[in-house]
Ligand binder design. Structure first.
Ligand SMILES: O=C[C@H](O)COP(=O)(O)O
Length: 271
């Protein structure tokens, strides 16, 4: 069996920063520059640990221009997309446009989209399909609220979201996509799920994918944990066998803090 503490990973770790509705396009350029310099100072190897940022839509063109001009190895994505490819959908953004802006990833079904915008599992599934049509890798977000956790229904609830989100997909697509487990009660609250909680869900997600598709697919899909991740708690999460990375909100807005999260292997050695 591979050992994460020896720096051996079954899947390439992904550290993703979701900026939410923070950072205008001037601030975005500054943050990407500072983050890149800090990662360069750390001699970060992007082949070993992938780093992605998720700025607001209005920043994407500026981020693309900077990354192309400076040949940065950071990748980026959008926080949402439309289920439609084009048409009379005022305010919506097509996956086609995101692909043309060089996005690699797109978040789908973030809990804030589910709760603030009433996104249903069916809509989220349609968005996953839309992302794949435009060669964007969806990061499908799932996770339970506090009441569900307290009732001890968190696994069945989250797996229901997972199954609905993956409906109608081919195994090959599922193998390449990313699932983010984000317990809603741990988002922006300072409450972090315990590493054992994250592992319990990571394992349950992988098991469900094996049952829906096959074990090879399940062993390829990356599972992230999200919810109040900081530099001082990332290492414990990354030690968990079925956790392949983290989706970071607030702490991704600070280049030093985010770079220290990216550097989780350093904490694995020194913790
Ligand atoms: O997308 C990120 C998650 O919502 C976590 O946010 P947070 O790190 O601010 O708790």
């Amino acid at each position: 069996m591979t050992s994460k503490t020896d720096g051996v990973y079954d899947r390439t770790p992904l550290i993703a920063g979701n900026w939410k509705m923070h950072m205008d396009h001037f601030q975005a350029v500054s943050l990407v520059q500072k983050l890149s310099w800090t990662l360069a100072d750390h001699d970060h190897n992007f082949d070993e640990v992938q780093v992605a940022v998720f700025p607001p839509f209005t920043d994407l063109r500026s981020v693309q221009t900077l990354i192309m001009a400076d040949k940065l190895e950071l990748v980026y994505g959008a926080q949402d997309l439309s289920q439609h490819d084009a048409g009379a959908y005022t305010g919506d953004i097509s996956g086609d446009f995101l692909g043309k802006l060089g996005c690699s990833y797109v978040l789908v079904g973030h809990s804030e989209r589910r709760s603030v915008h009433g996104e249903t599992d069916d809509l989220i599934n349609a968005k996953v399909h839309a992302a794949l049509r435009h060669e964007l890798t969806p990061i499908l977000c799932v996770g339970e609220g506090l009441d569900t956790r307290q009732a001890n229904h968190h696994v069945s609830f989250t797996l229901e979201q997972l199954r609905a989100g993956l409906s109608g997909l081919e195994a090959e697509a599922v193998a390449s996509l990313v699932i983010a487990y984000e317990p809603v009660w741990a988002i922006g609250t300072g409450e972090v799920a315990g590493p054992a909680d994250a592992q319990e869900m990571g394992e349950a997600i992988r098991q469900a994918i094996a049952e829906l598709f096959d074990t090879e697919t399940a062993s390829s899909t990356r599972v992230l944990y999200g919810g109040s991740v900081k530099a001082d708690n990332v290492a414990a999460m990354m030690r968990q066998r079925d956790i392949d990375g983290v989706l970071v909100g607030g702490a991704s807005l600070d280049d030093e803090e985010f770079a220290n999260i990216v550097r989780f292997e350093h904490h694995l050695v020194t913790d």
